[in-house]
Design a protein around this ligand. Structure first.
Ligand code: ZN
Ligand code: ZN
Length: 140
């Protein structure tokens, strides 16, 4: 049994080829958008419909096996790295995304100035900037 099969069973999801294909695609290609996931899955399973991939992404996100991230103004992206409250740095120019580990090591890694009585267990941070490739491009 593969790791992905065990993960699906652990959250009571049936093991299906589209679900396994989506998990493998995201493991190998973190932070890709829905259209890219569809293209990657169809390279393996040509008959899978767009709707089937949407459904798989939603089920996997709801079960916590994948994480959906959506930087402001950008398309939703997905990744299999979950549960560690890591953050992302996004290139303003080309949209490239990279992981940024939690600043202090454990979630939540940011201490709110005031918690207003809430029990805080997660901090959501997006760092914005310019990636090395865009920064190296000659100014037009
Ligand atoms: Zn860039
Ligand atoms: Zn990430």
């Amino acid at each position: 049994m593969s790791d992905f099969e065990a993960q699906l069973r652990a959250v009571s999801l049936r093991v299906t080829r589209p679900r396994l294909a989506v998990l493998a695609a995201l493991r190998d290609n973190p932070h890709v958008d829905t259209e890219t996931v569809i293209a990657l899955v169809r390279a393996e399973l040509p008959t899978v419909s767009h709707q089937a991939v949407y459904d798989v992404l939603r089920a996997l996100t709801e079960s916590g096996l994948i994480r959906r991230i959506q930087p402001a103004g950008a398309l939703a992206r997905y990744e299999t790295r979950v549960g560690d409250n890591h953050h992302h740095v996004v290139c303003r120019s080309c949209g490239a995304i990279a992981d940024v580990d939690c600043a202090v090591g454990h979630a939540p890694c940011l201490t709110a100035g005031s918690d207003h009585g809430f029990v805080i267990d997660e901090a959501e941070v997006v760092y914005w900037g310019v990636c090395p490739e865009c920064a190296a491009e000659p100014v037009q």
